[in-house]
Structures are given as C-alpha cells and as structure tokens.
Design a protein. Sequence first.
Lengths: 265, 354
Amino acid sequence: MKKRAIIPILYIVFLMLPIYWLVAMSFKTTQEILGGFSLFPRVWTLASYKTIFTDPTWYWGYINSIIYVTMNTVISVTVALPAAYAFSRYRFLGDKQLFFWLLTNRMAPAAVFALPFFQLYSAIGLFDTHIAVALAHCLFNIPLAVWILEGFMRGVPKELDETAFVDGYSFPRFFVQVFLPTIKAGVGVAAFFCFMFSWVELLLAKTLTAVYAKPIAATMTRTASSAGYELGLLAAAGTLTIIPGAIVIWFVRNYIAKGFALGRV
Amino acid sequence: MALELRAISKRVGQITHVKETSLILEPGRFNVLLGETGSGKTSLIKLMAGLDRVASGTILMDGQDVTGVSPQKRNISLVHQFFVNYPHMTVFDNIASPLRVAGLAKSEIQGRVEAAADVLQLRPMLHRRPHELSGGQQQRTALARAIAKESTAVFLDEPLANLDYKLREELRDQLPELFAGRGAVVVYATSEPAEALMLGGRTALMQDGRVTQFGPTAEIYRRPNTLISARVFSDPPINSAPVTKTGDRVELGHGVGWQVTGAAAGLGDGAYTVAIRPNYISPVRSEASHVPMTGTVQITELSGSESTAHFRMGAETWVSLAPGVHPYRVGEDRVFYMDPAHCFYFAPDGALAA
C-alpha cells in the first residue's frame, strides 16, 4: 500500500467512526450498551427499529419532519427562483446591498429568531403546525436558495432570454419551458441544500412545535423516558434520520459537483 | 414590406447608446450595419427587435407602428454572435420551437424544419443536442431556426465573428442565397469592412451610436460622405492628412504636392483634409501622375500575396498596401507613390468636398 494513502484512510475512518458506532448501537440491547465496550453487537436485535415503526410517537416524528421539510423546500425554491432571476438579470437600486443582506440572514444564530417566532406564531395560532416550522426555516433557506440559483442563472447568457422572446415565448412560458430546464442542476442543488438544512435544524423546529408537528429530532433528544435510558432506541432513530439525507445526496451528487465548479456551493 | 426607423434613440441613464437614427431597411438584399465594437450596432438591433425600449422615435414595420409592441408579437428572428440555442432541446426541437410556440400543425412544422435543415446541412444532426455540435453547426442551427420561422425581419448580430476562418468564409458565401427570395428584411451587423463589401446590398456605417452614412454598399465605399464614414469603411485604416490648396496645386508639406484634376480642381482655395486608402499607395510607380512620398519604414506585414508597410513622414504615419511581395527593411527610407486620382478631399467640418 502506498504511504500517501494512509492519511486519507485515517481521515475517513475518523469520519465514519461515529456513524458506525451509531449503527452498531442501534442493533444492541440497552443493557449491552450500558454494560461495557463491544465493537460488534453480541446479541443482534431489531427491537429498537420495531418500536420506532410501531409506536406512533416515534414514526410520527419522521412523518412530521418530512412534511415540514418538503413544504419548506418547495416554498424556498419557488420563492427563490424569481428573486434569483431578478438578481441575475436586472440592475436596480440597492441590488447588491439587498443581495448581501439576504446572505446575512444566514449568519444569525437560529436562537436569535426562536423567541420572536414563538411569540408571533402563538399569537396568530400557527404554533405547533407544520407550516410554522416550514416558514421559520425559510428565513435561512430562501437566501441560500437565491444565492445558489443566482450563480447558476448568471451562467446562462442573457442572449438565451432574448432569443426566446424573439422566438415568441411569453415570459412565463420561457421561464418554465426554456429557462428552468437549462438551470435544472441549480434547482436540484438548491432543493438539496434547503432539504438538508431544514432536516437537520433542531432549535426552531423544537421551539415551534409541541405535539402535532413534533419533529423526529425533538423526539430523539428525549433521552430518558419512564422506562429509563433507551439508548438502543435512540441509536436506531438516529440511523433512520441519516437515511433521507443520504438518499437525496445520491440523487443530486452530479449536480453538486457542478455547483462547486460555479463556486456557489 | 419594409422596416422603417424614424428618429429612434436610446439612452441608459446619462449615456446615449443610440443617437437619433432614421433608416428605411428594405427586404430582398442585405442591410449591413458596419461599425467598430461599441459603435452601437447591437444596441440598434435590440431596439429594432423590441428587446429594448426606445427613448424617442417610432419604428414601423410594413407601415404599421410597432414601437411599443413586444418582441414576441413582431414576427422577427435574431441570431447572436454567441451560438445561442436551447441547450436541453435537440436540434430538431430547437428549429421547431418558434413554430410550436406559434401553434402550427405538426405536419407543417415537420416540413419546415426539414427544409431548413436541408439548406443548412443539418439533416444528420437533427437528433443531437447543441452541445454535441461544433461551433459552425451550432450557429447553423440558430440560422435554421431563423429561416424556418419565416419571419418578416431577421437580425444577424455578427453571426460569424466567433467562427474560425474557414467556416466563416463558407457560411458567409451561403448567407445571401439563404435569405434570397424569402421577402424578409435582413439586417446584418459586422465590424469588418471586407464582410460588408462581400455581402453587398446596402450598408449603414455606424460610429459612436450614430449612423453616419447609409446607401448601396459599393456607392458609399466609393464616396464616403464624411471623414468619419471613410474611416469606418476602411481596413487597414484610411490615410488622412491636412493639405492646403492654392490654385490647381495641393501641398501636403514635406515637399509633397500635386496637381489636382477632376472634381477636386473646382474646389476653392484653403485648408482641406486629404484621405486615401492604403491600396492606392504603392512602392512601385505604375503611372507618371503618381506622387512620390519619401518615408521611413516603421512596421511591415507580409500576407502571402500582399505587402503592408507603415511609414513615417514627418509626424504622420502612412500605410501602404500593395499586391505582390515587396522586401521592406524596418528603418530604411523608401519612396512610395500615391495615386492622386483616388484622393478624397474633406472640408474642415469633415464633410466630403470632392
């Protein structure tokens, strides 16, 4: 084996270790986890997974998360598309400042917004609904989607728009039939990042929900229950939480590389 | 069926991109817009196509005012300098797209696309996507889209500028016949005087967002109305220098002077600017009437069958372009012979005097 392969291998092992530990734990019994150190489960058990898939308080966590993450991704990309088009095609008063301001929204910690959102949503009766979380996540996902999409749109020459208009395309028709297919990679990348950030965000999701829209991450952070520590169960929930992200990455992996090439991801 | 511009102009903020321009562009022959990069050719085309709003003036198509009409409703085509096609569509769909948008019947679309593809030799590529084609094929696809649409006006904005030499010549030869007999007003923008001469038709010379002269190409090449027009329509650049006319003699200074004949003989005495194309200054004396000029050779270029020499006489640099191979040495003093019969004389205000 070549010497220079050692460092990347060490790095990958270092990265994979916690994930391996999580997966291994999810197949162990809680007694075994608490009982001592073991690399492999001595007794393989699917009990934790069975609990998750049969207990509504667990599986509804996933369903809730998927609902608001999907809502957020759709809203963010739909809203960001026209905004990014404007930023990439027109110059208007304060366009650069506005663009920068959008980005600064990503710099503020979510904790800053937790209290105002909580108070606001409680007041207007949106508390503990899926749309509440989806809208709250728009705060940082729309700027991100605008930023990514603007990069892709800027790569499309303005002459394409002009050619389409001259060829008779109305603006909406041009946007849907010509422009969107041209930047579909960008839409994929933007949707992926919206999905990802919404999926992993915990603080706002937890603050804005109680029962009906409670996300899986909030369910998971309940480390102890009446039955005491249920570490196997938590590990199984964690493993299942990784899966949707992995699936989405698989679908957009080629687009992401293109996004990197444009310097926007 | 003509495209008429009545005193149109375009401003962006404080900057004027197109100064008041009036033209009548007719179908049947090429209307060439000739000017350097930044002279306003593209701006003017965008105004004619309706992609930009005019600041003032009116545009008429076929006698109808289309000034405020959107490009979608003008029945026009546009081919850009960069090869612009719809990247996610096949060549067939690219050519068919304006026809589909117009809602034509399937069989009609099929026929028109195939006819256009035949003319531009795109038949074997109909099922490929633009990025799988060469630059020449991509531009031919854009041209095919313009032809298949059968629009009333076609704007070609330096369509050959990004093609390599061979393809450019090939496509340039093909262009006039491509649009012949289609009844469309064809506007062709270019920065190369040679291209304007080859495409014939009519030429509008542009400089600083202004059309300085418009007329049959050969005619305005022979008689530029101003010094600016003469400069725009000359490659290599036209020579010019101040002269004084007294009686029937013109003095250039540096001991160079000649007897004026023809129309120029009728000019009043005074100061003029003389301009002469480089191809009328030769290192060989072919006629006794040619005027000898002695200068120091500065730069020489040899292009196969032609020799170019830049020589300095006093403070001015002159260019000679002569057929055949002439061995120049940089720094040597050499006599060149200028044909006074082909001189243009411009009055101090820049207008052609004779």
